[in-house]
Ligand binder design. Structure first.
Ligand code: ADP
Ligand code: MG
Length: 248
């Protein structure tokens, strides 16, 4: 079964997730089209990270279904490894390998997982580092880079796997303020090139200007799902109004 270009890339249908007694995802329905940028906002503890982690099956779900590119998420084995390479993930903490150079960080996955030849993988890694603006840092180790540069390296590393979608979980929350912009710029340019993206962020400027849709979550529920203009001008729920009044 091959997915057609018009069908959504990511579909969550009545997804439930429990952590013990805690119902952290409650009947969540969400569909993300190819090339769409969905920004997820909501208070701390509302289930945003769990939602992201469920999409590449870092968290198994307890009910409902998730399909990616027309197929249910695989539970294990090669199919799961393939899914993880097709869904790039960038976290708040950059998670680079400390003892590898930046270019090795980016080329390692393609060599080990995709079986690319080292020279070719390195070549592609250099192009990706150039694309995120840090080609001149290629031979340094992560600790020698600023937070913003490390996060751009983490984005390049995810892109090296040639993902069909990218998930970003608060990618700028751990950065000094002066470095937030350089990471958001890279993300905005990815979006303009047509990457399908799910982005958890508190950066409302990014949500306004880059998102096609804004999802507002609270207490494990997807409370609002609207284009940014509509959401920011006219949030419908009291919870979204309250959240926006605190952060804007
Ligand atoms: P957010 O990213 O919106 O802050 P999370 O998805 O991280 O929210 O968490 C949702 C809820 O699930 C929170 O109450 C959190 O404490 C809880 N939670 C998250 N991960 C775990 C876990 N591994 N075990 C138990 N509870 C968890
Ligand atoms: Mg979170």
């Amino acid at each position: 079964m091959t997915a057609t270009k018009t069908e959504p890339l990511i579909v969550l249908d009545k997804v439930d997730k429990w952590f013990g007694p805690l119902h952290v995802l409650q009947q969540v329905d969400l569909s993300v089209k190819r090339g769409e940028v969905v920004v997820v906002i909501g208070p701390s503890g509302s289930g945003k990270s769990t939602l992201c982690r469920a999409i590449n099956r870092l968290e198994p779900i307890n009910g409902g279904t998730i399909t990616f590119d027309g197929k249910p998420l695989p539970a294990e084995g090669k199919a799961l490894a393939k899914l993880r390479s097709e869904v790039g993930m960038v976290f708040q903490s950059f998670n680079l390998f400390a003892h590898k150079t930046i270019v090795d960080n980016v080329s390692l996955g393609p060599i080990k997982v995709r079986g690319e030849k080292p020279a070719a993988a390195r070549d592609r890694a250099m192009k990706l580092l150039d694309r995120v603006g840090i080609a001149n840092q290629a031979n340094k180790f992560p600790a020698q880079l600023s937070g913003g540069q490390q996060q751009r390296a983490a984005i390049a590393r995810a892109l090296a796997m040639q993902p069909k979608a990218m998930l970003f979980d608060e990618p700028t929350s751990a950065l000094d303020p002066e470095m937030v912009g350089e990471v958001l710029d890279v993300m905005a340019s990815l979006a303009s090139e047509g990457m399908t993206m799910v982005v958890v962020t508190h950066e409302m400027g990014f949500a306004r200007h880059v998102a096609n849709r804004v999802i507002f979550m609270a207490d494990g529920q997807l409370v609002e799902d609207a284009p940014p203009d509509e959401f920011f001008a006219n949030p419908r729920s009291d919870r979204a109004k309250d959240f926006l009044s605190k952060i804007l």
